[in-house]
Ligand binder design. Structure first.
Ligand code: WQD
Length: 349
């Protein structure tokens, strides 16, 4: 599928998923203007992206900009016409959102209101939104379909759910809006080159960055949060999806919005449809890295669900997309990134 001649605006474009998605947009012929406020990313990411983009590097440009900065957003939209917006920008740490709900609601929700007001002013009404399986809360059954009940259980999750509700209301009020809500499951892995990956700031909340740091000898051991779940090995199950599969899913979503005048507002799960336990991920990373990952079994983490994995039929039907990489690929590519850049984007070149 080609995006030749299409100009895409990407918020959060220097983030983990945003940076990988921008590269895949370029591969499909698009030009990209990306913004990022650098609250959870680094200017150096753009250097790594330019290296990987090769002769397409001049097809992307970066502006340091916060989505709450209406003046700068307006200036950008005055100068350029965009065919579609992919909106990644937002705070995303579940635990932090419990301590700082106001910052999360302001940045994630009010920021999106401002972005949408600018889009509307310039008649850009095609949106691909970075949503999350977190809007399902603690699912009653798996695989989770897009029609499952929505009940976020953290301020972070509620910011995603409230944004989805806002998008649904906008689509009802103005039929010109075409909005896809992409609900990611657990994004992991890295660019196969090893030159782009996830760089969590501070102590990682998520499993795979933490496992990576244990394998690198930067942390002593992994705490496995609970081994008394009703799962085959007692540890919780998640649908881990390769960041490159996610990036391709976003390109398919942009193509879909451009080709579907009556799209309205549609949620789509982006997952593999397969579940892996915490201990299975430990073993997979050990075999990919050749390193021992020490761990200790500790109590469950409050708010965790037992098992979460996606129903993938909608993505296949609506986007013609399905994941290609398996857990071993995810761990192999993550290790390629980790061993090349053990301090992430702080690693001296
Ligand atoms: C995965 C599993 C933990 C760390 C989160 C967000 C969700 C989405 C994806 C943004 C769980 C276990 C973890 C550790 C562990 N992000 N674990 N030891 O909680 O499924 O989802 O990221 O949209 O919104 O909630 O991901 O990686 O934190 O945990 O045992 O040190 O690994 O208990 O079972 P989670 P996670």
């Amino acid at each position: 599928m080609s995006l030749a001649g299409k100009n895409i605006f990407v918020t959060g474009g220097l983030g983990f998923i945003g940076s990988h998605t921008v590269l895949v947009l370029l591969e499909h012929g698009a030009t990209v203007h990306l913004i990022d406020n650098l609250s959870n990313s680094f200017p150096r990411v753009f250097e790594h992206m330019k290296k990987l983009a090769g002769d397409k590097a001049d097809k992307m440009k970066f502006t340091k900009c916060d989505i709450n900065d209406k003046e700068t957003l307006t200036k950008i939209f005055e100068k350029e016409t965009f065919d579609c917006v992919i909106h990644f920008a937002g705070y995303k740490a579940v635990g932090e959102s419990v301590d700082k709900p106001l910052e999360y609601y302001h940045n994630n929700f009010v920021g999106t209101v401002i972005l949408l007001e600018v889009m509307r002013a310039f008649k850009c009404k095609n949106m691909v939104f970075s949503s999350s399986c977190t809007v399902y809360g603690l699912p009653e059954e798996v695989p989770i379909t897009e029609s499952a009940p929505l009940k976020a259980i953290s301020p972070y999750g509620r910011t995603k759910l409230f944004q989805e509700d806002m998008f649904r209301d906008i689509a009802v009020s103005d039929k010109e809006w075409r909005i896809l809500l992409l609900r990611y499951f657990n994004p992991i892995g890295a660019h196969p080159s090893g030159d782009l990956g996830e760089h969590p700031v501070g102590i990682p909340n998520n499993l795979m960055p933490y496992i990576q740091q244990v394998a690198l000898g930067q942390r002593e051991f992994l705490r496995v949060f609970g081994n008394d779940y009703p799962t085959p090995d007692g540890t919780a199950v998640r649908d881990y999806i390769h960041v490159m599969d996610l990036a391709e899913g976003h390109v398919s979503a942009v193509v879909k919005t451009l080709a579907t005048p009556d799209l309205g507002c549609t949620p789509i799960n982006l997952g593999t449809g397969k579940g892996s336990s915490v201990l299975e991920m430990v073993k997979a990373f050990e075999s990919a890295s050749g390193k021992k990952v020490e761990y200790k079994l500790v109590d469950r983490r409050p708010g965790d669900s037992v098992a979460v994995w996606a129903a993938t039929e909608t993505a296949e039907k609506e986007l013609g997309w399905k994941s290609k990489y398996d857990v071993d690929d995810m761990c192999k590519h993550q290790w390629a990134w980790a061993s090349k850049y053990p301090q992430g984007y702080d690693t001296p070149l």
